[in-house]
Ligand binder design. Structure first.
Ligand code: FES
Ligand code: FE2
Length: 317
């Protein structure tokens, strides 16, 4: 496939997703890669196609001692630079193709096989230095194109339908929209009705969301967006990560950060918080996957200029 947004930096994984000495497969812009992390925290990545007879290396295994990945087909071994490992002689030429990674703290970025056209946004590191990491949520592949997936997160009316039951939002108002190139920011205020007892039992984290929810969403097109909110138990930052896997497949996951005081609140709410995010991503996925093909709109809701702005960035890339 022709890469989508070639030259954009993609946050292909968070360190916690990799495990130790386990192959982890990533699909970016139609190409499969295999990543692995050793017990010293070093991370390697190769094109997933074995140069011998094209088996998927990610189905193989890692030799802890030699730091190699073994192909599942004929058990040839390659090191992190793609060189064939042979006990008797030292190979110097890579024959499996390495993927260039840029590791920043726990974030693993890559431009795939494209030349960089944009610097990696520093926002995730900044958040990681200020907040506690709660965990990963909502990790999945959406059967939808990159633009539709990005746009749902720039759509400030969809919580009224898509997330109606979860948040019980009765009124939503955008109070600010600022933009500067690939960066844009929206502030909003949402008024919520009460959740039912059943909903609260299912998602206790709803108890921490105030009746008037003020949030700010900051976009770093096309790599990540961050939602900041003040909850009853402390500030919260939700980093939404997306990247194109195929023309009509988009990977999404969220890095959840918070400053929850005291610590027992964090322990208590962690699971419930991550579960609520899973539900939100699932609801967005249904909205994206059940839509009919796009047509020029015949009506517009207030606030849709944010989506138009994102669409313009995409088409003018
Ligand atoms: S296909 Fe990989 S070792 Fe043969
Ligand atoms: Fe949503």
């Amino acid at each position: 496939m022709n890469p989508i947004l070639p030259g954009a930096p993609w946050l292909i994984a968070h360190r916690s997703m990799l495990g130790i000495n386990r192959p982890y497969k990533v699909t970016l812009n139609g190409q499969d890669y295999v990543l692995w992390q050793n017990d010293r925290g070093e991370i390697f990545a190769l094109n997933n196609v074995c140069p011998h007879m094209q088996a998927p290396l990610s189905d193989g295994w890692i030799c802890q001692k030699r730091g190699t990945i073994t192909c599942p087909f004929h058990a040839l071994e390659f090191d992190g630079e793609g060189r064939l490992y042979q006990e008797s002689k030292q190979q110097t030429q890579p024959i499996a193709q390495p993927l260039k990674l840029i590791v920043k703290r726990d974030c693993i970025w890559s431009y795939g096989d494209c030349e960089s056209r944009m610097a990696i946004p520093e926002i995730v590191e900044q958040i990681a230095s200020e907040y506690d990491f709660v965990g990963i949520a909502g990790e999945k592949t959406i059967q939808g194109d990159f633009l539709s997936t990005w746009l749902i997160n720039s759509d400030f009316n969809h919580q009224n339908g898509t997330h109606r039951e979860l948040f019980q939002i009765v009124q939503n108002q955008m109070t600010e929209f600022a933009q500067n190139g690939f960066w844009y920011k929206v502030k909003q205020e949402s008024i919520r009705a009460d959740n039912s007892l059943g909903e609260l039992l299912l998602n206790p984290v709803l108890l921490t969301i105030p009746k008037v929810l003020k949030s700010t969403v900051e976009y770093f097109f096309p790599s990540v967006l961050v939602l900041y909110a003040e909850t009853g138990v402390g500030p919260f930052a939700q980093v939404v990560v997306q990247y194109p896997q195929q023309q009509n497949q988009t990977k999404i996951y969220e890095l959840i950060f918070a400053k929850l005081k005291p610590t027992w609140v964090k322990l208590l709410l962690r699971q419930s918080m991550l579960k609520a995010i899973d539900v939100i991503v699932e609801q967005d996925t249904t909205a994206i996957e059940t839509r009919y093909p796009r047509q020029p709109g015949k009506l517009k809701l207030p606030g849709e200029e944010v989506m138009s702005y994102a669409e313009k960035l995409y088409h003018e890339w």
